[in-house]
Unconditional design. Structure first.
Length: 179
């Protein structure tokens, strides 16, 4: 006799926080925030959220692990664009200055909710230790605090999404001015 086992995505840890160093991946009601998740009309967002695993709607903060870490300059890829397109807060595990580069392009981040001091640390060992400490701090927050932060940063999330949506024309205009 075969029993069908329902596998629950591990990303549901954002629904139930366990404080004894174990992950509770039991089924739960998914995170619902119509002000943040509804009404977004973008193909990549749709592909991520409507994928068979449907995992992205269950997270509030994306820990982006960029392609490079110990690199002499920021290198932003689609990995960082994913949370922007999906209206999610994020941290970047990448080269020093990654957030500063995003700021220079007009993007906003999530200070003071997320301590972004790690972005200015040149030494990769010190940077990863600081990033790890911040992730641990965030994981220890009650889910209600994180949901509240999502609402507090709704304008930032919308700003970043709209900026990214219009980035091509902005970059082309800047290039034309330089020429």
């Amino acid at each position: 006799m075969h029993h069908r086992v329902q596998i629950t995505p591990f990303t549901r840890i954002n629904e139930h926080w366990v404080f004894d160093n174990r992950v509770d991946s039991s089924p739960s009601e998914p995170y619902k925030d119509t002000l943040i998740t509804d009404g977004v009309d973008h193909r990549l967002y749709t592909n991520i959220v409507n994928s068979p695993s449907n995992w992205y709607k269950h997270i509030a903060i994306d820990i982006v692990t960029e392609s490079t870490f110990n690199y002499p300059y920021p290198q932003i890829t689609e990995k960082t664009l994913r949370p922007i397109l999906c209206n999610r807060m994020f941290m970047i595990v990448g080269p020093s200055g990654s957030l500063a580069w995003l700021h220079s392009k007009g993007f906003r981040t999530f200070v003071p909710f997320i301590n972004e001091d790690y972005d200015s640390i040149q030494n990769p060992t010190d940077r990863i230790i600081t990033i790890t400490s911040e992730i641990k701090r965030l994981c220890e927050l009650p889910i209600t605090t994180i949901k509240s932060a999502m609402m507090d940063y709704a304008d930032t999330l919308t700003h970043n999404f709209n900026l990214l949506k219009n980035m091509e024309s902005i970059e082309l205009d800047e290039l034309e001015e330089m020429l």
